[in-house]
Design a protein around this ligand. Structure first.
Ligand code: NAD
Ligand SMILES: O=C(O)C(=O)C[C@@H](O)[C@H](O)[C@H](O)COP(=O)(O)O
Ligand code: ZN
Length: 375
């Protein structure tokens, strides 16, 4: 790791850098290779000004910029949107020495990364995440993808970016609910690997809960850097998720199922928050967490997430749909469901093939009786 001029650079296994700083947006061209001529700048309609600034910085350095507006949020992650971008790349004559830049939240960086992974079987992508979730998670690590009618992220590729540029100033305009959803993935890193993250979140909440849930959180920069370090260390060791990388999926088996059942009306981070409480309860039911310490750790899941305003319950009466969605989780092996659970704080392990009765009992412990999916 290195720090210069107010920015921090975290190397991902020596392969590429994640630059985190204030006022760094103009440095985007530094992350592109010298051979690049054309750049596709993928962005949602909500970020015209921001992506325009990125495009200007690229034009100033002599690149031919091709702006590509895509639908907002999860609607961007579809085969038809990817196909429209492939058409644009083909018509503009993009070669293997040209590049894609994703400017937006995790939905945009997942899409842009996937289009870069698949165009000519792989061209460089530079990610410019503009949400907290994008900075700490989606833009880092090379998991790219789109959804299909059958589920979340079912089509994709591992395609590490050439670089990631996180300008924390852009978080000032992010709606609070999206900032808080990003904090769910930060908290995830706290439970699986770096408990100092949990201490920092809890101390920010104790000082001023409203501020803790905003871009003015006094620990935000440190939280971003710590979460990026957790992710960078894991993906540097296991890019293709043969084993260790699965820990980054903590809370996602149940979380992705909620997203799908709710037709993506829930934010990803919100669903993952409930998913983490679900696996914490499942860990207790299966004896991975036990005794007063285990109880305290399960309680800490609820308390830290609720203190940020994140949901920790989900509607009752949806078990069959949730189970069908969970079976499509990428950690499944044949008909065996697999979960990341904790043996203790920052001690992740795997739980394979728990009894259906226990899976359903854990659902009972996170379900709300009013049966509405609203949160
Ligand atoms: N590839 C990975 O490793 C990985 C990791 C985590 C999540 N994800 C994926 O990321 C997606 C969620 O990402 P997200 O939470 O960033 O959601 P998102 O991309 O939908 O962005 C959330 C909202 O914020 C708006 N927005 C973005 N930046 C803004 C800014 N600076 N100011 C104002 N508004 C802004 C967007 O227009 C959007 O409406 C999910 O699809 C999830 O599956 C991928
Ligand atoms: O980087 C990873 O690996 C993760 O699992 C990070 C998750 O936060 C992220 O939501 C990821 O997109 C989930 O991947 P999937 O393989 O379950 O689709
Ligand atoms: Zn996630």
């Amino acid at each position: 790791m290195s720090a210069a001029l107010g920015s921090t650079t975290i190397s991902v296994g020596g392969d590429y850098d994640v630059v985190i700083g204030s006022g760094v947006l103009g440095r985007v061209a530094d992350l592109l290779g010298a051979d690049v001529e054309r750049v596709l700048v993928v962005h949602p309609p909500t970020l015209d000004a921001l992506s325009g600034a990125v495009a200007d910085a690229l034009r100033d350095r002599g690149y031919a910029v091709h702006p590509a507006e895509v639908p907002d949020a999860e609607a961007a992650k579809t085969a038809s949107v990817a196909a429209a971008l492939w058409a644009q790349l083909g018509q503009a004559g993009f070669t293997r020495t040209d590049a894609v830049v994703g400017v937006g939240g995790g939905t945009v960086t997942d899409l842009a990364g996937f289009v870069a992974a698949s165009w000519l079987r792989g061209v460089p992508v530079v990610q410019v995440p503009t949400t907290l979730l994008g900075m700490v998670d989606a833009a880092v690590g090379g998991k790219t993808g789109i959804n299909t009618a059958e589920g979340k992220n079912l089509v994709g590729a591992f395609h590490p970016p050439a670089g990631v540029l996180c300008d924390v100033d852009v978080l000032a305009t992010l709606p609070q609910a999206d900032l808080v959803a990003g904090l769910a993935e930060v908290v995830k890193c706290g439970f699986i690997a770096d408990p100092v993250i949990l201490d920092l979140v809890e101390s920010a909440v104790a000082d001023d809960a409203g501020r803790a849930r905003s871009a003015a959180n006094p620990h935000l920069r440190e939280l971003i850097e710590r979460a990026v370090r957790v992710k960078a260390d894991v993906v540097a060791a296991d890019l293709r998720e043969s084993s260790l990388r699965e820990i980054l999926n903590y809370g996602h088996t149940f979380g992705h199922a909620i997203e799908q059942v709710e037709h993506y009306s829930w934010r990803h981070g919100e669903a993952v928050g409930v998913g983490m409480v679900y696996v914490a309860e499942l860990a207790r039911l299966t004896g991975h967490l036990s005794g007063p310490e285990g109880d305290a750790l399960v309680d800490r899941h609820r308390s830290v997430l609720e203190s940020l305003g994140l949901p920790t319950t989900y509607a009752a009466g949806r078990w069959d749909e949730l189970l069908t969605a969970m079976r499509r989780d990428k950690k499944s092996r044949g008909s065996t469901l697999r979960f990341v659970v904790l043996d203790g704080l920052a001690r992740p392990t795997r739980l394979a093939g728990p009894d259906d009765a226990l899976l359903q009992a854990a659902y009972g412990l996170v379900s709300r009786r009013d049966a509405s999916g609203a949160h």
